[in-house]
Design a protein around this ligand. Sequence first.
Ligand SMILES: Nc1ncnc2c1ncn2[C@@H]1O[C@H](COP(=O)(O)OP(=O)(O)OP(=O)(O)O)[C@@H](O)[C@H]1O
Length: 272
Amino acid sequence: MTEQMTLDPAIELINVSRRFVSPTGKSLAALRDFSMTVERGEFAAVVGPTGCGKSTTLNLVTGLARPSAGEVRLMGGPVSGIDPRVGFAFQMDALFPWKSVIDNVMAGPLFRGKRRDVAEAMAKGWLARVGLSKFINHYPHQLSGGMRKRVSLAQTFINEPEILLMDEPFSALDVQTRTVMHEELLKLWAERKASVVFVTHDLEEAVALADKVYVLTAGPATVKSVYKIDLPRPRVVSEIRYEQQFIDYCKTIWNDLRQEVETSYRRASEAA
Ligand SMILES: Nc1ncnc2c1ncn2[C@@H]1O[C@H](COP(=O)(O)OP(=O)(O)OP(=O)(O)O)[C@@H](O)[C@H]1O
C-alpha cells in the first residue's frame, strides 16, 4: 500500500444535516443526510439548483457553521473552528481597497507572522506567477475584474492552503476571462495539489475543472449522484469543451441535474 493510500481523506462529511430557524421560528432543513469524501489532492465540484444548500456545505467545512447532526472531518480530525490549512475564494473578492496589490497579497503571510521582507518576496513570486508583476503598486480599483481575480488567487495560494474552498469564484467574470482563470487555477492547483471543493451553477465549468462532480438534490440538499470525470490532465479548458467525451459528460450530468433544477423551480413558482 502506498503512503498516499493510507492518508485520511482531506474532507469528510458523514451523514450531515443542517437546520436553520427562520425569523418566524420555523425550522428549515438546508442539508439532509449529506455525505461527501474529498481525497487529498482531489478536485471536487458541486452543482445543484439555486438555494439547495451548496454554500451551507462549504460553511460546515470552514467551521463557520456546525452540523445539526452527523460529522465533518478534515484530514481525519474533527473540525474545530477556523483552520489555517483551509483557504477560500468567493464570488466577491476580498481585496482591501486602500492597499496596493502587493500589500494585499502580503497581508496573509504578515498576519501569520512572516517577516516583512520574506512576505514581500513571497508576494512578488505569486504575483509573477499570475502575470501581475507590472501591477504590484496598483490599487484594486485600477484593475480589471480578471486582474482582481488573479490578485485574489495569489492572495489565497500564498497561504499554501491544503484545502481550498471556492464558491462560484469566477461567476462575475466574462466568458473569456473565466476561461483564462480556469487555466490559471488548474495550473496553480497542479503545482500545489490542494484538495478543492468548487461550488458552481455552471455544469461545464464543473466538468472542465474537476475530478469528481457531485450533483445535489433540490433543497434540502443531499448527494443525488457523483460522477468521476476521466478527462486527461493537463486540461486546456478553452479547447476541452469541443471534445466529444466532455460533451457526453455534460449531457449525462445535465439529464440528472435538470430534474432537480425543475423541482426547485416548480417549488419556487408554487411558493410565489
Ligand atoms: N443563516 C441562515 N439562516 C437561515 N436560513 C439559511 C441560512 N443560511 C442559509 N439558509 C437557507 O438554507 C438554504 C440553503 O442555502 P445556501 O446558501 O446553502 O444555498 P446555495 O445552494 O448555496 O444557494 P445559491 O445557489 O443561490 O448560491 C436556503 O433555503 C437558505 O435560505
